[in-house]
Design a protein. Sequence first.
Length: 433
Amino acid sequence: MNFQDPFTISLTALLVLSLMGLPIGLTMIMASIIYLGLSGQDMSIAAEQVLNGLNGSFVLLAVPLFIFSAGLMNAGSLTDRLLRFCNLLVGRLRGGLGHVNIVQSVIFAGMSGSAIADAAGSGKLQIDMMTRGGAYPASYAAALTAVTAVIGPIIPPSIPMVLYALVADASIGYLFLGGVIPGLLMALAQMAINSWMAHRHDFPVAERVPLCEVPRLTLEAFPALLMPVILLGGIYGGVMTPTEAAAVAAAYAYIIAAVFYRSLTLRQTYAAVVTSARSTAAIGMLIAGALAFNYVITSENVPNTVRDILAGWEMSRWEFLLIVNLILLVLGCLMEGSTILLVVVPVLVPTAQALGIDMVHFGVVVVVNIMLGLVTPPYGLLLFIVAKISNAPLSAVVRHTLPFVLAMMAALALITFIPELVLWMPRQFGYQG
């Protein structure tokens, strides 16, 4: 390795600045400027890449809109009503409150597209519901809440899939469809583990909902349940683009929370706007840094070099997918998911294309891997969130998480090596890939 090479110095700066605790977005921008200066290029190219990338991508507008939509739903009473409806569906089973947690996350996934929004928003309600009266240990309730939040960005809509579409030039609509069956498969894997744990530890059966309450609970939840139908129906009916659907989601969330349920005040709306703006700014800075640093990677021809090296190994597509899974699972333990999507995945895409791997299938596999990284230590952002919410020891939360992670890895293996689990639904809507 030539330590006087501009690319090597840029990578070293990226590593050192990251270890010093500088935000990764700013780190990538600074590393890009260092590379441009040392290689004799105009350093304003970094700003040009950022501005062209952000201003020229209509699809990125979906990110703040989905974040705002999730914020409005958490600020209003939508989550409470969904929890009561889910309790009506599966609460009477052994370990029923755990199943309620899972089903609620599946439904919420069709509205927010963010694992963090799911865990941070409805997570406290779910944990309080499960631990009331000592029914479940706090660490188990927290662990289950973390792993169920993983489903959020797999079932459409999905913010990580929007970012993947940006770097891989894939169809967002078909990516969304491709995530439906894998997301449901992950939920079934979680319910299987929850049932096993419920019988093993004799978790209680929730109190039955009186039959007379069924119509009222269903009617209360119906407007919220209608949101995924409106979004997906609008997208695949050709009425709206995914970005326009994100705007519709935010408007619909506000209308049903503020007008229909009358549970959203102006102060709560303002708080949702501020929180969403902060989250959007953080993601925007990360995207900006990735756009600048991807110019460096492209200038050094890294994607094609990696493709040529892997081609020299004469791997099959299945061997490549296995290696990608291992790489992403390890990186997910150490790095933030959006960074992996915006910096690492673009390097892998040319090789996947050369091997004839479908970009929708590859995208869903990538997103599932990155979501698993949110519940695997030492990074495991969701683990820290639920441990703080529940006041449970992090070590106990991690211990209860392990069986669910293993089950979800088994589901990931099925998704990886049986592409039809991903591609069947997109093909029903005309996908030719």
